[in-house]
Design a protein. Structure first.
Length: 322
């Protein structure tokens, strides 16, 4: 009986060892496959981010301003991460994409982002969906600074009492838009954008002088930002406040550099007998200095007077600078 018990014990240890080794092999195999899938997903997501940025290029370069671009459709539900950084001379726009898959996490946290140094995308920090839309408007202060690109998905928007110009433009651009004079007519799941008044149901509040709706304050996510012109109004409506403020600083850095170039051009043209260059005096230099120091939207008002002076000087001469 003792011998049989010994053999039984030895047999049991053999099975335990086999099960342990088999379990380790299965674990390592699953671990290897998971990492392989993760690496493959990362590669696909990086490629998708680059492709998405490339597909948006016609929106700013050739598509008519204020016209909706054809939708960009992903194979599966995806997340687009809109990251704005003020690093370097002009800051950088970074896009990351995470596509949902059946293996691993539904959305894999992106580890690599694609940089764009001369683009300005306005959207929430994370936008989720399968189909995405975009349109653009130029930012002129008073010369063109850049094309602003607005990105949104298939969510519902409800515009409550918008100005006529905004109603005409956004009403035709937002795919799922409801325009009404009463917030009670907005669907519960919609992004409610209230113009000219505020109440708890509003997700976004656009405050402005009734005589001048293209200048005002936008309240979103318990934060206030300042806009000047419809291009920046739309930017603040579609993007998170953090993205908006970062992009405004990037745009002002770009405006400063453009003003320096115009100032150099004015100096060259000042030798002409018609006085084209001399009409601007030190305005370009002042503009470049002020914009270089703007790092938040509430400071935009500091350039309005200089911008108006530049516009008037440009309108008064036959050889237009911009």
């Amino acid at each position: 009986m003792a011998v049989k018990n010994k053999k039984g014990v030895e047999f049991g240890f053999g099975w335990i060892f086999a099960i342990f080794v088999g379990g380790m092999i299965i674990f390592l195999a699953v671990y290897a496959v998971t990492n392989l899938v993760k690496t493959e997903r990362q590669g696909q997501d990086v490629a998708s981010a680059k492709e998405f940025g490339i597909l948006l290029t016609p929106v700013e370069t050739s598509l008519e301003s204020g016209k909706l671009a054809p939708p960009i459709i992903f194979p599966s539900k995806s997340r687009i991460y809109n990251i704005c950084k003020n690093e370097g001379n002009f800051g950088v726009q970074r896009l990351s994409v995470s596509s949902s898959m059946g293996i691993g996490d539904k959305f894999q946290e992106p580890e690599i982002s694609t940089p764009f140094y001369n683009k300005y995308f306005f959207s929430p920090s994370i936008i989720e969906g399968k189909k995405f839309y975009a349109f653009s408007k130029p930012l002129n202060m008073p010369f063109k600074i850049a094309d602003l690109i607005y990105i949104f998905g298939e969510e519902n928007y409800c515009l409550v009492s918008p100005p006529n110009d905004v109603e005409d433009e956004l009403g035709n651009l937002i795919v799922n838009a409801n325009i009404t004079s009463s917030i009670n007519e907005c669907s519960l799941d919609s992004e409610k954008i209230c113009f000219g008044y505020s109440e708890p149901k509003c997700n976004v509040v656009v405050s402005f002088d009734s005589n001048n709706p293209d200048r005002g304050i936008i309240s979103k996510n318990k934060q206030n930002v300042v806009y000047e012109g419809y291009a920046l109004m739309y930017a603040a409506i579609f993007s998170d406040p953090e993205v908006y403020e970062c992009q405004v600083e990037r745009l002002m850095k770009r405006a400063s550099s453009i003003a320096i170039i115009y100032g150099q051009k004015a100096e060259i043209m000042s030798a002409r007998t018609d006085g084209c260059g001399s009409a601007f005096g030190e305005e370009f230099s002042n503009y470049a200095l002020v914009t270089s120091e703007i790092n938040q939207s509430k400071m935009i008002g500091e350039i309005l007077m200089i911008s108006e002076n530049l516009k008037e000087a440009n309108d008064d001469i036959s050889c237009k600078m911009f």
